[in-house]
Design a protein around this ligand. Structure first.
Ligand code: CP
Length: 311
């Protein structure tokens, strides 16, 4: 049963939409679902639409599994096959979808703030499944859940996030979430991918990956997001990037024994990681994607049933 002190939430647009107690509640439910799947009736009568304007393997599949495991009516639309192609605005689509009984929209789009626009027009719950480089709150939820399972409290843990920070919605959401839980964050990357402006309270910048490795409890690797290079050319060659920032066997040898390595996926072998990482004992990628299903079940239950119970 939910604590009475938890507020009901309509949508999840960014991670800081969730209070500390709400985060704890979602993680408790995630653990419960991981231990034992509930009866497939928790979202009985609830229609969930997955609307992905950008490519996805992990997020759309895990949301779909989560929705089906909770008994929702699941619809997945490919945006290019919708009437948006005929000039209908997203706001008018939202009104239409709500009128026919869609209760939840899970949306991914390249435009920062697109889910917020949708949420303003839609009479239901909107979940941001990634909006351009801005935010990917459910990825941060599953990353933080994975880190907590490993370490318990994240207070004073040293977490390094390595690579193309500026284009990474995952990095942006994780920085917010991890800072709030008291972790020390070290961002590692070249200036093109990591402007000095990212430094702040609880967040420092390190240009030299080899210096960051020995002190890190966890390392989150990122893909170079070439699809978001509209802000300028790469300006560091692939060869230089691999030389300075790829995690490989030699660099793994510099880690403490218990250090774990995460990656939101998709990963590009040979660029940000060498195959050595995939057989490293602390590689937690499979756990992350597994947790993604349970975290999304917990979030859907929180948003929909929290509100249903409070009516
Ligand atoms: N981590 C992530 O968002 O993966 P997809 O792009 O495959 O959904």
């Amino acid at each position: 049963m939910r604590s009475q002190s938890l507020r009901t939430r309509r949508s999840l647009l960014d991670l800081n939409d969730l209070s500390g107690p709400e985060l704890e509640y979602i993680f408790e439910r995630t653990a419960a679902f991981e231990k034992k799947l509930p009866k497939r009736d928790m979202l009985s009568g609830i229609a969930v639409l997955n609307l992905f304007f950008e490519h996805s393997t992990r997020t759309i599949t895990s949301f779909t599994l989560a929705e089906k495991r909770l008994g929702a009516d699941v619809i997945s639309l490919s945006p290019r096959d919708t009437s948006l192609a005929k000039g209908e605005t997203i706001e008018d689509s939202a009104i239409t979808l709500a009128a026919m009984g869609v209760n939840v929209i899970v949306v991914r789009h390249s435009e920062p703030g697109f889910p917020d626009r949708l949420a303003l027009a839609f009479d239901g719950h909107v979940i941001n499944a990634g909006d351009g480089p801005r935010a990917h709150p459910t990825q941060a939820l599953l990353d933080i859940y994975t880190l907590r399972e490993e370490f318990g409290s994240l207070k004073d843990r040293n977490i390094a996030i390595v690579g193309d920070i500026v284009h990474s919605r995952v990095a942006h959401s994780n920085i917010e979430g991890l800072k709030g839980l008291g972790a020390h964050i070290t961002l590692v990357g070249p200036p093109r991918f990591l402007p000095d402006s990212f430094a702040g309270e609880g967040v420092r910048i390190e240009r030299d990956l080899d210096k960051a490795l020995p002190e890190s409890d966890a390392i989150i690797l990122l893909r170079i997001q070439r699809e978001r290079f509209s802000d300028g050319p790469q300006s560091i060659s692939d060869e230089e990037y691999v030389r300075d920032y790829r995690l490989d066997g030699q660099r793994l040898a510099k880690l403490k024994e218990q250090t774990i390595v995460l990656h939101p996926g998709p990963y590009n072998r040979g660029m940000e990681l060498a195959d050595d990482v995939l057989i490293y004992a602390g590689w937690r990628y499979a756990k992350q994607v597994r947790h993604g299903v349970y975290v999304r079940m917990a979030l859907l239950d929180f948003l929909v049933n929290g509100n249903r119970r409070s009516r």
